[in-house]
Structures are given as C-alpha cells and as structure tokens.
Design a protein around this ligand. Structure first.
Ligand SMILES: [Mg+2]
Length: 368
C-alpha cells in the first residue's frame, strides 16, 4: 500500500453542554483529524487525536508541527502493518513527544490498511472479535448543582448506576453532589476525578473523609506522578487510585509495579500514542495484575470511540470501567452516521455497527 496523501485538519464540533473540570472548561471538540489516502483516492483512512497540555504537554500547534516534521518520513517508510509497527518501535521517543498527533495518524493508517486488505481493525491486529456488550460509565463534569442534579436524574432514569464525577475541591459543592448521587434511591457506584487538585496526601485523605468516603476509587488527586504520595492515600483510605495524567508510558507502570494493588490505570488511546502502543502497554499492565479503565478524552468523536472498542477487545476481563462513546449525547453532530455511542444504562452492542464484517474501522464518515 502506498500512502498518496496525508492531510491534517483541526476538528471543532460544538458541544450541547459545556464540560468543566479542574484543568479545563470545554464547549467544543479540540481534535486533530487525519485523512490518509491510497489507490488514487479510492481508499481513505480516518484518524483522530486529542492533544491535551495538562496530560501530555501537547497542544494543537505542537501536534501540527509534529505532523509537518514527520509526515514525509511516515509516507515513505510505512507501506504495510509490519512497517507501521516497526515505525512505532523505532520512533518511540519521537512519538513520546506528541502521542496524540501520532495517534491520529496511526488510526488513519490502520483504517486505510484494513480497507486495503478487507480486514476489520480487530482482524488486522490479530485481536479477539469485538465484545458483544460494553457498558460505559456516566461521566459528570463540574457543572453547577442544578445542572448536575438534572444530569444525575436523567442518567439514573435510563439505567446508569456507574458514575464518575469531577471534583472541584470546594467541599460544600462536592458534598452536595455526593448527596445528590446517593439520594437517587438506587445503588450507585461512584469514583471521583480530581485532575491533580492537591499537593499533600494528607489533604486528600481528609477531603475524602469529609466527603464520607463515597468512592471506590479516586483519580489523580495529587500532582502528576507523585506515586509514593498516591500510594499513601490508597493505603490510608482503602480506596484505589486511578492513574490518568500520571500514566502515559511504560516507565510509569514500572514505577508502580511494587505497589500495584493500590492502582488502576486509565487507558486512553490518544494520550498513549495510538492502538499499537496501547496494546503493548496493556500486556505490561496485565503482567503485573493491574486493573484498567478504558478511558476517553472529553469530546472524542466516533473514531476514537471505535478505537476504544478495539482496545476493549484486547483488554478482556482486566477492565473495571469504561468511559467515552458519548457521540451526540455530547456533540452537536458526530463524524459518522450512526454515531458510535452508548444507549440506555451505558450499554453499547458493537454488533449493531457490524464492525466485524467491515473493512477498517467500519464507520461511514461524513465527508463534509
Ligand atoms: Mg482523568
């Protein structure tokens, strides 16, 4: 396969409602969108990446600079799956600098390779078929209480019981949200995401105590990669710590392997630099018995949700929760019809999209 054209654009799709947390407040997508063509334009592969300054130090400009710098090497070097995998290994440190930029390109090339060989993403990557059912968590941003409680009752009424909430660090505000979730009359399971709010483990321990210990896990309560502080929080509170901003590469897993019982890893295909790297990290995580969450960046379109399903095929029973697949629950419109999105109770049945019988990612991308 010869890549004839590799084009990057900035994809901006408005949200139906703002999504806010301790590190960002978003009203639209901020994704790098890639189109890769071969066969005189007859085949087009599509990819997406979400550069996030507070996760990998990337932004839209650095992602586009990265793409412009490496585009011609990529086009010349990559002709099949083997050369794609070899590029990922050989250019590991280059990809480490802008994993979301590479993710967008890799997903487009995997889609293109699948289309040119008539294989689904799972078949191309020699993975098990897509699972029959995937269940996603409801993720609630740091909205004001009226919006928050309306979202909670909507989610509960359509069968959601698994929630992730963004913490604000304002005790009164967070307490009211916990009360709202616990007051639904349904047995809800809650995890909190602090997006690196605190510096001192004792402050986190006290805060969780003041909230009444409502969580089974807390995500990123301290500054990124304070693994000993995080371990202390897990030990003292008895709850798991989810690593998100603190987990972007294999070194992070090696740094926590001796305290693996305290941690859960949040796998987001974009921040980890695409599917091939995510699958390799999955093997390392599983070898240390680490549970994982298949996560998502806010505003991902169906292309990254589809990649998350491929990762779910590889992850199997090591997954303790899933995030993403919001589609037009969040976006004004998605990049394909029908969007890859969960239904009532967070349920998504991949067979409804016929991914296994399709070539590439199996999405009918709207070209406008
Ligand atoms: Mg997070």
């Amino acid at each position: 396969m010869k890549i004839e054209r590799l084009e990057a654009i900035c994809l901006e799709i408005p949200f139906k409602t703002n999504f806010k947390h301790a590190s960002a407040d978003r009203a639209k997508t901020a994704s790098v969108w890639i189109e890769a063509c071969s066969n005189h334009g007859a085949l087009i592969g599509y990819g997406e990446g979400c550069p996030r300054e507070y996760v990998t130090g990337e932004n839209m400009k650095s992602a586009f600079d990265w793409i412009n710098r490496y585009k011609s090497t990529i086009v010349n070097d990559i002709t099949n799956l083997e050369s794609l995998k070899a590029w990922v290994v050989k250019q590991e440190q280059v990809i480490d600098k802008d994993p979301a930029a590479w993710c967008a390109i890799e997903l487009a090339l995997l889609d293109l390779l699948g289309k040119s060989e008539g294989l689904s993403l799972e078949s191309l990557l020699s993975l098990p078929p897509t699972p029959p059912v995937l269940k996603y968590s409801a993720v609630l941003g740091d909205n004001d209480l009226a919006v928050f409680s309306k979202q909670v009752s909507n989610y509960v009424s359509v069968g959601f019981r698994d929630f992730k909430i963004k913490l604000s660090g304002d005790l009164e505000r967070d307490l009211k949200k916990i009360e709202c979730l616990l007051g639904t009359g349904e047995p809800v399971r809650i995890r909190g995401d602090a997006n690196n709010l605190w510096r001192n483990p004792l402050d986190v321990i006290n805060y969780i105590d003041q909230l009444g210990q409502p969580f089974w896990a807390i995500e990123e309560p301290l500054v990124s990669r304070d693994f000993s502080g995080l371990s202390k929080v897990a030990y003292r509170t008895g709850i798991k710590i989810i690593l998100d901003e603190s987990f972007t590469c294999a070194q992070d897993i090696h740094d926590i392997k001796d305290m693996a019982n305290h941690f859960v890893l949040n796998f987001r295909v974009s921040k980890l630099g695409g599917l091939i790297r995510s699958i390799a990290l999955l093997k390392i995580a599983r070898s240390f018995g680490l549970p994982l969450i298949i996560g998502a960046h806010v505003g991902e379109t169906s292309v990254l949700s589809r990649a998350g399903i491929t990762l779910a095929s590889a992850a199997g029973d090591a997954t303790v929760a899933r995030e993403g697949a919001f589609g037009t629950h969040l976006l004004e419109h998605d990049v394909c019809e029908p969007p890859v999105m969960f239904g009532n109770g967070g349920m998504l049945r991949p067979e409804e999209w016929h991914f296994q019988n399709a070539a590439g990612n199996g999405l009918e991308i709207r070209t406008e």
